[in-house]
Write a protein that binds this ligand. Structure first.
Ligand code: SF4
Length: 185
């Protein structure tokens, strides 16, 4: 097998194992993997990205499927909807306390965490670097931006220890810059 095929096979296999473990953990609450993925996304995205359009783009599914997923999670009281205080056209999708608890207990899945914990700090940092470069290049080939971590975004401005978004001009807290954003570039 050539290196390209081997890398593809390894990433695909890890992805399938992750999905399988997540499915097992989610099944305790009767959740399908797309519902588990939605909860995880909402736990790591920022306030510009917690709406249906961004969620649909992240999951790469149809709007109808994602709307149905949101409905199920709402009925299980794992997420709630909240109108934006400034722009009433925007509805935020937020984890409830129960949703947060479920994600904290299940994601990333424990067997995956044990696997990654067996790597040294340097190996983990090198791994992150390689994967990030691979993702950015792949996104560029697909003409897709977005969903990077805010602190690495070209619009992220740091002034005397404070952060600001150059796109929206909003101030960003320490917690904000650790999250992923649909507007990331
Ligand atoms: S700096 Fe970039 S990633 Fe952060 S909120 Fe602004 S657009 Fe999003």
């Amino acid at each position: 097998m050539n290196p390209e095929n081997e890398i593809y096979t390894l990433i695909d296999r890890i992805s399938n194992l992750l999905k399988s473990e997540a499915r097992t953990l989610g099944s305790e609450l009767g959740l399908q993997s797309v519902q588990q993925d939605t909860l995880y996304y909402l736990s790591i995205c920022n306030r510009y990205s917690d709406h249906l359009i961004a969620l649909t783009a992240f999951l790469g599914l149809t709007k109808g499927t994602v709307a149905q997923t949101v409905k199920v999670l709402e009925s299980k009281q794992l997420i709630k909807k909240e109108k934006d205080l400034v722009d009433k056209r925007v509805t935020h999708l937020l984890l409830t306390k129960e949703g947060e608890k479920h994600i904290q207990e299940t994601t990333p899945p424990s067997r995956f965490l044990s696997t990654i914990d067996s790597l040294s700090k340097k190996q983990k940092n090198d791994f992150v670097d390689q994967l990030r470069k691979c993702l950015v290049t792949y996104q560029n080939f697909n003409n897709l931006n977005g969903f990077g971590v805010c602190r690495n975004c070209v619009y992220n401005i740091e002034e005397e220890g404070h952060y600001k978004c150059g796109l929206t001009q909003d101030g960003l807290a320490e917690d904000d810059i650790k999250k992923i954003c649909v507007e990331f570039e």
